[in-house]
Design a protein around this ligand. Structure first.
Ligand code: ZN
Length: 149
């Protein structure tokens, strides 16, 4: 194993914690509020990411990450939001599911050429592996997740 550090944002207080890769299995806690850190999506809920922390939360994450690119005005985005909530729970511990509001985070959206939403970006160890466009059925998204983890 490497002695790389990863940054984990505490979902409780929002503080960022630097955790050595090799200590991830030891159930690290937040240095600020002592909440157990969500190292591998152990809580099973989507994490909000932004232009600012995309590098840390997605590209710097060792493992599988799904990025849901959405916007508040987009109807189909609303229809797949509950599906992603379910998937975050069903696949907790094996994939980190994140949400990127493209209106608030134009940099990342343009970097990955997100032209229409919803767009789902699938990363593995910081590398973009696949892109799905549109509000696809849950079975389709599940298939993609399974091929990634
Ligand atoms: Zn905390």
């Amino acid at each position: 194993m490497s002695d790389k550090n990863i940054i984990i944002k505490c979902f409780e207080c929002g503080k960022k914690n630097r955790v050595p890769d090799k200590r991830l299995e030891e159930k690290p806690i937040c240095g600020h509020c002592k909440t157990l850190l969500d190292t591998k999506n152990i809580y099973g809920r989507p994490v909000v990411v932004s232009d600012r922390d995309f590098g840390e939360e997605v590209l710097g994450y060792s493992g599988a990450v799904l990025v849901d690119c959405w916007a508040p005005w987009c109807g189909p985005c609303k229809s797949i939001a509950p599906v992603l909530d379910e998937l975050a729970y069903e696949f907790k511990g094996s994939i980190k599911i994140t949400k990127l509001n493209v209106d608030e985070n134009p940099l990342t959206a343009s970097q990955y050429r997100v032209m229409s939403i919803p767009t789902l970006l699938f990363f593995k160890d910081g590398k973009l592996e696949n892109t799905l466009v549109g509000a696809l059925p849950k079975t389709e998204i599940t298939k993609q997740i399974k091929s990634l983890i």
